[in-house]
Design a protein around this ligand. Structure first.
Ligand code: NAP
Length: 328
């Protein structure tokens, strides 16, 4: 697979990464550990060199899976993880105090079975900790060689600028897809100006953009967080069907699948955007990876924009979680 560079001095990664969260967190029944490891290795064998995890996935166990899977190929892959929630658990509040960041990194290195984290993201902006302190803590860890690059997730423009002034950012990771285009309002131009890469999470709109989610699909598993995403509520799935219809008509023209079009569209937006779709299935992994070979002409991209300009997406993505916040 082609490679892309994240940030001016950031790492080179496969154009499409592997979002590891759904292996055992927030996306339905967890895979058995050995199956999850085999899937990650299948990704590596097919050219994926960029793997995304977080302390809160599991919590903790997702990093362990990633560590076990990638230990044999450690020097050939880029591992990204995230800090920022109290005690590393979701729903406990935010905690980006410097001492907590350091504690998290020491523990994550053990779980990931490595001596360095390639990209360390702040998962969410912590309004109680100045960004200069967060970036300073990561800068110290970079100085010690425990972390190689710094990133933010779901950060606003001002936070990006504040962080980047203290410790240059390799990447901003935020939701971005044909379903959720809010980053186009301003943060994409900010990262372009500063030479920061953009990692697009939920590039398939949590599965919706693949067109395989029917209006009767229910997210029954206790850990499937999609039951709480307003844009995936049954009435919004019905209202958002024109998005699927539009993608499927492009897919037909390009002799590809809707999921591939959703991923290839992101790759075509900018050469510094890297989508990280997640899956628990090897056939979908292969389908998604094949999107790296799909190219759009400017005319085709223009046509897609024209069609999407006529479609209004329905529903927010999170019921309660924060929007990108301003940082003091
Ligand atoms: N920074 C953050 O706050 C944040 C938030 C959310 C996610 N993320 C990262 O982004 C990654 C991906 O996000 P995501 O899981 O929310 O969304 P996604 O990649 O948009 O969608 C994943 C879902 O789509 C399904 N899927 C994948 N490929 C498919 C295909 N070709 N055809 C049909 N269905 C397909 C998967 O189901 P199957 O398993 O059944 O294939 C899975 O449930 C996560 O793993 C995580 O690393 C980060």
């Amino acid at each position: 697979m082609q490679k892309r560079k994240l940030g001016r001095s950031g790492p080179e990664v496969s154009a499409i990464g592997f979002g590891c969260m759904g292996l055992n967190h927030h996306r339905g029944p967890a895979l058995r550990k050995e199956d999850a490891i085999a899937l990650l290795r299948a990704g590596f064998d097919r050219g994926v060199t960029f793997f995304d995890t977080a302390e809160i996935y599991g919590p903790f166990t997702n990093e362990e899976i990633v560590g076990d899977a990638l230990a044999p190929v450690r020097d050939s892959v880029v591992i990204a993880t995230k800090f920022g929630f109290k005690d590393g658990r979701p729903n406990t509040g935010l905690d980006s105090r410097p001492q907590s960041i350091r504690r998290m990194v020491e523990a994550a290195l053990l779980r990931l079975k490595t001596d360095r984290i390639d990209i360390l993201y702040q998962h969410r902006i912590d309004p109680d900790v100045p960004m200069a302190d967060v970036a300073g803590a990561v800068r110290d860890l970079i100085g010690e060689g425990k972390v190689l690059h710094f990133g933010l997730s779901e950060a606003d423009d001002q936070s990006v600028r504040l962080a980047h002034a203290v410790q240059p950012l390799a990447a901003l990771q935020s939701e971005y897809s044909l379903f959720w285009r809010q980053p186009e309002a301003s943060v994409l131009s900010t990262v372009e100006e500063l030479g920061i890469g953009f990692v697009s999470y939920s590039p398939l709109g949590r599965g919706f953009l693949s067109g395989t989610m029917g209006q009767n699909t229910s997210f029954e598993a206790a850990n499937d967080q999609r039951k709480t995403n307003p844009y995936l509520a049954p009435e919004n799935r019905a209202a958002n069907q024109p998005i699927i219809d539009a993608i499927q008509s492009v897919a037909k023209e390009k002799k590809s699948t809707a999921a591939q079009i959703a991923i290839a569209w992101l790759l075509a937006r900018k050469p510094w955007i890297v989508p990280i779709p997640g899956t628990t299935k090897v056939n979908r992994l292969e389908e998604n990876i094949a999107a790296a070979a799909i190219e759009f002409s400017e005319e085709e991209m223009g046509k897609i924009d024209e069609v999407f300009a006529t479609i209004t997406p329905h529903g927010d993505r999170y019921a309660t979680a924060p929007r990108p916040q301003a940082q003091k």
